[in-house]
Each structure stands twice: as structure tokens, then as C-alpha cells.
Design a protein around this ligand. Structure first.
Ligand SMILES: Nc1ncnc2c1ncn2[C@@H]1O[C@H](COP(=O)(O)OP(=O)(O)O)[C@@H](O)[C@H]1O
Ligand SMILES: Nc1ccn([C@H]2C[C@H](O)[C@@H](COP(=O)(O)OP(=O)(O)O)O2)c(=O)n1
Length: 223
């Protein structure tokens, strides 16, 4: 499938639908490395803002990439992003990053750089990777694909409950309408609408979907 024996589980969906929370739980349950690709796009925004490069100026962003000190590593089963030697965590969830990340994610050169890094992470082990284009672009051939959805109202409420200022509807519109790698339900993905479901119910539905997609019982037997 990937030219290697490691498997990739793809999780896509709109902002605040529950992708990272579900991916983290499934990663533990199935013994996979968890990769948050949104953090990578956020790290490019953070780097641009630090360097006074406008995320809305594609030429300036592309020029910045030529010597951008960016690393994505797996540490204890989860992805980490480093820019200029600094591990980025809460910095990635700032209101300024939220407001500018869709603009950066629409730049084709940014996507090419990050997609190559995402595919490269498979060499360290099987992954569960969440984002917007994982099942459609990053690992289109994987049979294991989920699309986690929720109504816009529910998603806005979840984000607000986390204390973030984030125009999820606006970001979704930008992410779904862009020309390059728009957010779509990938071929073969199982859609789970989590609006009315508890996290436990979503996990149960996800495991059932992955089993139906042929996930090896050995992954399910691990825990
Ligand atoms: N099924 C669910 N029911 C209630 N809250 C949820 C559910 N799934 C996720 N959440 C909460 O919603 C918020 C956004 O989830 P998150 O996993 O960060 O979404 P995403 O990665 O899609 O942006 C988090 O606070 C998370 O705990
Ligand atoms: N694979 C990906 C992941 C994220 N993006 C872009 C589009 C999203 O609005 C931003 C931020 O993604 P992130 O998953 O962190 O966003 P949420 O936590 O779901 O709100 O990055 C993308 O274009 N492709």
C-alpha cells in the first residue's frame, strides 16, 4: 500500500469536529503514532508572524520557506513541531494563528513541503494522521479513512468552551473552497457525525468503521 508494512489511518474533517481528540484516543488504543497536521500549518503561520512575513502574501511566504528551520518529529507516540529550534505548543493556538492559518494553507508550496514531511513520518511506524487532506492527498491509497463531522453550531460551541477566538465557519469555507487540496470526504472514507455523540460513542463508531475497512485484528487486540 505505502511500499512499507506500516499502515496509515486518515482522519479528516472541519474545525473543532473532534479530530485530534479522537485521533489521540485511537492512537493509544491501536498503538499508532498520532500526527496532527494542522499543527504543521499553524507552525508555518507562527514562523511567518515572527519574521514579519504576511501570511496573505504568498510570494513572501514562499521566499521565507527557502531557509525555514522547520522540523516535525515523533516523540513518545505524538508529533511535535519545532521552528528555529523551539518546540511550539500553546503558541500554535493563538488567535492570530487561528485567523491566518487558512490563508497559509492555500499556498501550494507550503502544502508540498508539509505533505512530503507527513508522508516521511511513516518510516518511524504506523500512524493515525488528522487534518483536511489526509485521505484525499497525503495517503489516498490507505483503506483506513474516517471523516469526523459535526454541525457548525456544535463546533463553534466546542471551540468557545476551549476559550479560543476562532471563526470556525469562515475557516471551513476557506478550507473547503480553496483550489489546492480542499477539505472533502475522501473516496472510501466513513463519515461520523459527532454532533449528538459522546466522545466514547465516536470512538466506538470509529473502531467499528476501521474494522469494516479491514483493519487487522492485531491492532485491535493490543489493548
Ligand atoms: N463527541 C464529542 N462530544 C463533546 N465534545 C467533544 C467531542 N469530540 C471532541 N470534543 C471536544 O471538542 C473540542 C474540539 O475538539 P478537537 O479534537 O480539538 O477538534 P479538531 O481537532 O477537529 O479541531 C475539544 O474540547 C474536545 O474535547
Ligand atoms: N491537512 C491539513 C491540516 C490543516 N490544514 C489547515 C486548515 C485548517 O484551518 C488549519 C488548522 O488546522 P487544525 O487541524 O489545527 O484546525 P482545527 O484544530 O481543526 O481547528 O490548517 C490543512 O489545510 N490541511
Amino acid at each position: 500500500m505505502n511500499g512499507q508494512q506500516h499502515i496509515a489511518v486518515a482522519i479528516d474533517g472541519p474545525a473543532a469536529s473532534g479530530k485530534s481528540t479522537v485521533a489521540k484516543k485511537l492512537a493509544k488504543l491501536l498503538g499508532l503514532n498520532m500526527v496532527n497536521t494542522g499543527a504543521m500549518y499553524r507552525a508555518v503561520v507562527w514562523g511567518a508572524l515572527q519574521k514579519n512575513v504576511s501570511p496573505n502574501d504568498p510570494a513572501a511566504v514562499v521566499a521565507m520557506l527557502s531557509d525555514f528551520d522547520f522540523e516535525c518529529k515523533i516523540n513518545q507516540g505524538s508529533s511535535e513541531v519545532w521552528v528555529d529550534g523551539q518546540l511550539l505548543e500553546s503558541e500554535l493556538r493563538s488567535d492570530a494563528v487561528n485567523a491566518n492559518v487558512s490563508a497559509i494553507a492555500a499556498i501550494v508550496e507550503v502544502r508540498e513541503l508539509l505533505v512530503a514531511k507527513q508522508r516521511g513520518l511513516l518510516q518511524y511506524g504506523s500512524v493515525i494522521m488528522e487534518g483536511r487532506d489526509i485521505g484525499s492527498v497525503v495517503f489516498p491509497d490507505t483503506p483506513y479513512k474516517l471523516y469526523i463531522d459535526a454541525s457548525e453550531e456544535v463546533r463553534a460551541a466546542r471551540r468557545a468552551a476551549d476559550g479560543e477566538v476562532d471563526a470556525v465557519g469562515k475557516r471551513d469555507a476557506q478550507d473547503s473552497k480553496r483550489k489546492v487540496s480542499p477539505l472533502i470526504v475522501a473516496d472510501g472514507a466513513t463519515v461520523i457525525d459527532s454532533s449528538e455523540m459522546t466522545l466514547e460513542e465516536v470512538i466506538e463508531a470509529a473502531v467499528a468503521a476501521l474494522t469494516a475497512q479491514g483493519l487487522d485484528q492485531s491492532f485491535l487486540d493490543r489493548n
